[in-house]
Design a protein around this ligand. Structure first.
Ligand code: PLP
Length: 452
């Protein structure tokens, strides 16, 4: 095991309360394309776009210009009094053609805020239509929906929830994830696996009382908790049917998997279902500004219009003009430069290279994902699929080894229930080139071998 010192990770305390109270991160001072530049000039390949955020890479001239132009015109106008040109134009870009029946957009400042708003909107919908008994939200284990209390209660990430458990609402319950590598039984085919998951969800509705369930929430492709887990074919259609049968809403959390990351603007387009409410963030603004959105279907809009007339929710920075202007330009660049074609092409290359490098690796159990949203899962033993002992902190070691080699990727530990091993998530910008894809896999390969 190689122990590479990273100067920047020396313990030191700064006035900023960082994620780690023991290690201060290095200073990022610039960026270009898929590269981030540290103080001192070292360049780091941003192979996960932060956490699947930087979909256009760094310092894209069109986005920088759009931010500057909007800042020169109007920085802020409170949404109690005004709308703004960029907010209206961004809504038109996102829901002007009502994809899947989603017809209005509500702009917030990030993913957790989008999920909070989505959950409250679901509840308010049922209050508006007089079904006030609907207060349960069903979610999945091994999911991540954000770190604020409502989103954390929806999430099924055991270690993130644990310290705050007494603060989390009992209105949320969890069913099994659609995670074939870990959950599909040896004697079960894909259809059988889907049928079992659907039966479990149906049983959960029955346990709660089907007319007390407001919504089921899920990530179409699970991101942070288990690493790019796609659902088996037919799963989301089965889930949609259960929600419809019982009059509950389907909320899809596309904060990480949406806005083109998997090769279509919305990941649900590949599942043959549309949600009633959708949360998006990260790739919406590409990191250029903090922004998220809730996309809402006609059924909900109409109920609020016919009822109280107002979504009882709001933050000071709703629909911030500069954030909306940045996101609008990000989405226009993705469309005009046909970047989803590159997501599909480079996603295919990334998968190929990962299979070439890790397909026979004794400690890589699974290679999965879609588009430019890929992960490898590390196992102590490929035959038994046993994860590494969490005490080894393999994910932290891979992060360190990768960073020492000029690669920023997104390794996470296994789940506390032992049902998912350490994994590394890759989500490079949509502009990534073939040579950069190859470099990501080369550096990751070296890092994994040095860390184990
Ligand atoms: N939902 C999903 C699926 C996410 O992956 C995340 C963040 O990783 C969130 C919600 C929370 O977003 P944010 O960190 O912007 O609050």
């Amino acid at each position: 095991m190689m122990d590479t010192p990273i100067a920047a990770m020396q313990p030191r305390r700064t006035l900023v309360l960082h994620r780690s109270s023991r290690l201060a991160p290095p200073m990022a001072v610039g960026g270009h394309g898929v590269w981030l530049v540290e103080q001192g000039g070292r360049e780091v390949l941003d192979a996960s776009g932060g956490a699947a955020v930087s979909c256009l890479g760094h310092q894209h001239p069109r986005i920088v210009a759009a931010i500057q132009a909007q800042a020169g015109k109007l920085c802020y106008a409170h949404t109690s009094f005004f709308t703004s040109e960029p907010a209206e134009a961004l809504a038109d870009e996102l829901v002007g053609d009502a994809p899947g029946g989603l017809c209005q957009a509500y702009f917030v400042s990030g993913g957790s805020e989008a999920v909070e708003a989505a959950l409250k909107l679901a509840r308010q919908y049922f209050v508006e239509i007089g079904q006030t008994q609907r207060s349960h939200i069903v979610a999945r284990r091994q999911s991540y929906h954000g770190n604020t209390l409502g989103a954390l209660a929806a999430g099924g990430n055991a270690w993130r929830r644990a310290p705050y458990a007494p603060l989390l609402s009992p209105a949320f319950s969890h069913v099994s994830p659609a995670f074939a590598y870990r959950e599909q039984r040896a004697d079960e085919d894909e259809a059988g696996f889907v049928a079992r998951l659907a039966a479990e969800l149906e049983a959960e509705f029955q346990r709660l009382g089907p007319d007390t369930v407001a919504a089921f929430i899920a990530e179409p492709v699970v991101g942070a908790t288990a690493g790019c887990v796609t659902a088996p074919a037919g799963y989301f259609q089965a889930v949609r049917a259960i929600c419809d049968r019982h009059g509950a809403l389907l909320i899809l959390d596309e904060v990480m998997s949406g806005m083109g990351r998997t090769g279509t603007r919305h990941a649900w387009e590949q599942e043959g279902v549309a949600p009633n409410i959708q949360a998006v963030a990260k790739g919406l603004g590409g990191g250029y500004q903090p922004i998220g959105a809730v996309l809402v279907s006609e059924r909900i809009v109409a109920a609020i219009e016919a009822g109280s007339g107002a979504f009882q929710h709001g933050h000071t920075y709703l629909a911030h003009p500069i954030a909306c202007a940045a996101a609008l330009e990000v989405q226009r660049v993705i469309r005009e430069d046909r970047l989803l074609d590159n997501v599909i092409a480079m996603g295919g290359r990334l998968e190929e290279k990962l299979v070439e490098r890790f397909g026979n690796h004794r400690h890589v159990g699974d290679i999965r994902g879609r588009g430019l949203f890929r992960a490898i899962e590390l196992v102590a033993d490929r035959a038994t699929r046993d994860p590494f002992d969490p005490a080894l902190q393999l994910n932290a070691r891979i992060r360190k080894e990768a960073f020492a080699r000029g690669l920023a990727c997104y390794p996470s530990g296994g789940t506390a229930d032992g049902r998912c091993g350490d994994h590394v998530l890759l989500a490079p910008p949509y502009i990534v080139s073939p040579a950069e894809v190859d470099l990501i896999v080369d550096r990751l390969g070296e890092a994994v071998d040095a860390a184990i």
